[in-house]
Design a protein around this ligand. Structure first.
Ligand code: ATP
Length: 428
């Protein structure tokens, strides 16, 4: 089913329900074209005779329900065809969710709220994308809730967000990110501040529910929640918290029977917990690979993607013009806490950061909180969405200014900044 066609690449002929999997080598690009038949990538349909380009490190699967021919050119690390995929089970899952949406429509109820869970590298993000694509392709308007603070598909790392899906994901660039609701978490693992993580999960759930009340299509479309791969201890508790905050109806557990049994035991009986196999195609990603894709996500935020370049601005910001906070004071022993204060309070406390050299390269969220109201209500800052991000590229303590990289020209839209643990070195 495979043949070389000279300089133009390698041709793969797939029968129905087969999948072509390939990875792009570091520093390389791979071009792909659908020659005949129908094919899709993670639920987005391919156009015939269009050249798709995938960058270094991409891990792609072209699946076909009916058969198709594909040509690949460029340096792939691996490329092979598999007949063994869980796609039929995934499609059935979509069909069941669609049935729930139809029922919701009839009964004037809300559509399915689905939480996708599993350890790292089981294809959680991929199945979310697939289910959202299938839903939007049949005319639904589902919401993606992104709780994976390490590898967010919606915004920069260290954030938690919700995005209303209005069209299928672009094959190369993913979902179009217009007007997402984004909250600042500040680091790449929920464990850094689990109280904040749970609180922001609740905030997102509340916003989503409010939207459902005024938007019937959003309500019927329901949501697909992508979670972190941390499924033990507090990570597990965070999943249980999320299920209750969003009042999920369905939990899809990928690949881990133990987690499946635990959730079946701990969630209310009306929640449908479903165990699904992971795809053999899902590729394990190393620490470096994860770091690279986090970096890439930040780079994309400032510079755009191949087809849409952005031109970020660099300018100086006076220390005296901004207020920088970190969320969460270092935890101290219970016995040392002031009377009436709990460990929760320290994790959700806003700690002023005095600007200095250490700020260099940190990513800062620009809070949407009203500059006037700020200071009065720290709770307000915690619960306000973010309106953008900047990176500190240089600090001049003498002059009391920092140089920042910003998507928009000066001045900053707001003056309350939240510091992330995450750094970005701008090599452009
Ligand atoms: P995380 O641990 O970050 O939460 P995850 O469980 O969400 O990971 P994904 O990001 O969905 O996993 O998948 C991991 C990688 O495997 C991605 O690069 C994805 O593109 C790739 N992948 C997923 N399914 C397939 C497949 N069937 N064939 C080839 N590659 C795939």
């Amino acid at each position: 089913s495979m043949g070389s066609i000279g300089h133009s690449g390698t041709r793969y002929d797939l029968d129905r329900e087969m999948e072509l999997r390939f990875e792009v080598e570091a520093g390389e690009k791979v071009h792909m074209e659908l020659l005949s038949g129908l094919g899709e990538i993670f639920g987005s349909e391919l156009n015939r005779n269009k050249k798709y380009t995938f960058g270094p490190g991409s891990k792609i699967a072209v699946f076909t329900w009916h058969g198709c021919s594909i040509v690949l050119s460029g340096k792939t690390e691996v490329a092979y065809v598999s007949k063994d995929t869980p796609m039929l089970l995934y499609l059935n899952t979509h069909a069941a969710l669609e049935q729930m949406r139809r029922q919701a429509e009839k009964d004037n109820e809300r559509g399915p709220r689905v939480m996708v869970v599993g350890p790292t590298d089981v294809g959680k993000s991929t199945i979310c994308r697939l289910l959202l694509n299938y839903a939007v392709r049949v005319g639904r308007r589902p919401t993606l809730v992104e709780l994976d603070v390490g590898q967010s598909s919606v915004s920069v790392p260290g954030t938690m967000s919700a995005l209303c899906i209005e069209r299928p994901a672009d094959v190369e660039e993913g979902f179009s990110v217009q007007a997402p609701l984004v909250f600042h978490f500040g680091s790449t693992t929920p464990g850094t501040n689990i109280k904040l993580y749970n609180k922001l999960t609740s905030s997102l759930a509340e916003s989503f529910s409010q939207r459902c009340e005024v938007n019937r299509r959003a309500s019927v479309g329901g949501c697909i929640i992508n979670t972190c791969g941390w499924v033990k201890g507090s990570g597990y508790q965070a999943l249980v918290h999320c299920a209750s905050a969003f009042q999920v109806d369905v939990v899809l557990v990928l690949d881990q029977e133990r987690l499946y049994n635990e959730l079946k035991r701990d969630l209310p009986h009306f929640v449908r917990v479903v165990l699904l196999p992971k795809s053999g195609g899902v590729v394990e990603r190393s620490k470096d690979c994860r770091r690279d894709s986090r970096d890439e996500k930040i780079r994309e935020y400032f510079y755009g993607f191949r087809t849409t370049s952005f031109f970020p601005h660099a300018f100086d910001v006076r220390f005296s013009d901004v207020r920088i906070y970190k969320i969460g004071a270092p935890s101290i022993p219970d016995s040392c806490l002031p009377l009436g204060m709990s460990q929760d309070d320290t994790q959700l406390k806003l700690v002023p950061v005095s600007p200095g050299r250490d700020l260099a390269h940190h990513v800062l969220s620009v809070s949407s909180v009203d500059d006037e109201a700020e200071g009065v209500q720290s709770q307000g800052i915690l619960e306000s969405p973010v309106c953008g991000f900047i990176v500190v590229t240089a600090v001049d303590t003498q002059a009391q200014v920092m140089t920042v990289l910003s998507p928009a020209p000066r001045p900053l839209p707001r003056h309350t900044l939240l510091i992330m643990d995450i750094r970005f070195i701008d090599l452009k």
